[in-house]
Design a protein around this ligand. Structure first.
Ligand SMILES: Nc1ncnc2c1ncn2[C@@H]1O[C@H](COP(=O)(O)OP(=O)(O)O)[C@@H](O)[C@H]1O
Ligand SMILES: [Mg+2]
Length: 360
């Protein structure tokens, strides 16, 4: 995001539950109006980080600034953030209207203003006319939208959403993520969306942070993290990838890398490690025929172990280099398929490969 002031700054944030270190030295800047995602496996610390921003959970080490103000010592209700919990946490005995109005009553907002703001919030989430219903009379997706309306009605500076779609079925999840994105854009609201689903994060956010073991692994746009993962964890978490372990025979450019099967690979860049892995995506592998044997490509040979026909593409597993290499080819009507057990030559251009060190 260009030249917009940061709405949220996290400085060297660490959190422990007793002896358990759950977040470790997190630094992060999120710009005003940005749609940001926290992505990571279960237990990586996403909820703990989100809750810390909202003011819940153990007292952290480090600082949290919202709109330039240090809020680290402030209680949740003085932070100007709105949080939507995974469970929705709606009051079952109150109407939709009263659920949404709740935070405004607590803030002693006058009655007339409550009415107009609640109606406005219900309209934002396409629930005008549902005010008198009880949560139990709504579908899961509608309940989710009530939870969002209830948060938006207090006009938070930062909207926090903790796995907001995980209770919905797959189709609705896809539709709701589009709706949330659309609403966020319309309101220009700084938003953090927590998910363990890489596709969900990629389709919805401007930038994301990948977390693992309470440590921030990498921050960037979805495409940048996919193309230039900083480590093996990020490479593998952001989609299928091939990992070919190599020894470094020569580190200076052009480097010489040797696979476990003894194949020597000339790699144009310099590398600074003794051991590492070459990583490349399945769609970057060509099955070789005479005219694709371009210069600057790595050639490997193997046998087809498995074929998955997926309609728009075919996914093969190739036994090669003492490992299994995944390849994907787009499929058009009438294209030829490789047969199981067929011998196949693979070509990967080195610009489609990245070296990641595993040992200094
Ligand atoms: N209240 C708590 N007490 C003790 N440990 C907790 C508590 N909440 C979370 N944890 C631990 O902190 C780690 C991160 O949890 P969490 O932030 O919920 O992860 P995520 O949201 O990424 O799944 C986990 O190991 C979890 O068991
Ligand atoms: Mg969680």
């Amino acid at each position: 995001m260009q030249n917009t002031p940061d709405d949220l700054v996290i400085e060297n944030l660490s959190i422990r539950f007793g002896a358990l270190q759950v977040l470790n030295g997190i630094n992060l800047n999120i710009a005003a109006g940005e749609f940001f995602a926290f992505l990571g496996p279960s237990g990586s610390g996403k909820s703990t980080l989100l809750r810390a921003i909202a003011g819940f959970g153990p007292k952290p080490a480090g600082r949290i600034l919202i709109g330039g103000d240090d809020v680290t010592a402030l209680p949740p209700w003085n932070r100007n953030v709105g949080m939507v919990f995974q469970s929705y946490a709606l009051w079952p005995h109150l109407s939709v209207f009263k659920n949404v109005a709740f935070g405004l009553h607590e803030r002693k907002v006058p009655r007339d203003e409550i009415r107009s703001r609640v109606n406005e919030a219900l309209e934002m989430v396409n629930l005008s006319g549902y005010g008198e219903r009880r949560p139990a009379q709504l579908s899961g997706g509608q309940q989710q939208r009530v939870a969002i309306a209830r948060t938006l009605v207090v006009k938070p500076r930062v909207l926090l959403l903790d796995e907001p779609l995980s209770n919905l079925d797959a189709n609705l999840r896809v539709r709701m993520r589009g709706d949330i994105r659309e609403l966020q854009q319309r309101l220009g609201l700084t938003t953090i969306f927590v998910t363990h689903d890489q596709e969900e994060a990629n389709t919805i956010c401007d930038r994301l942070a990948v977390l693992d073991g309470g440590v921030l692994q990498q921050v960037g746009t979805p495409a940048r993290l996919y193309d230039q993962p900083g480590n093996l964890f990020v490479a593998q978490f952001l989609g299928a990838t091939n990992v070919l372990p190599v020894q470094v025979e020569r580190a200076e450019a052009p480097a010489v890398l040797v696979t476990e099967a003894g194949t020597r690979i000339n790699f144009p860049a310099a590398v600074s490690a003794r051991r590492g892995a070459l990583i490349f995506r399945p769609q970057s592998v060509q099955t070789r025929n005479a005219d694709s044997a371009a210069d600057g490509a790595v050639h490997l040979s193997g046998r087809v172990k498995n074929v998955e026909f997926l309609g728009s593409l075919i996914r093969y597993v190739i036994a090669a280099e003492k490992t299994a290499i995944q390849i994907e080819q787009s499929y058009r009507r009438g294209d030829r398929q490789l047969a199981p057990d067929a011998k196949v030559d693979l070509a990967i251009t080195t610009d489609q490969m990245q070296f990641l060190p595993t040992e200094p």
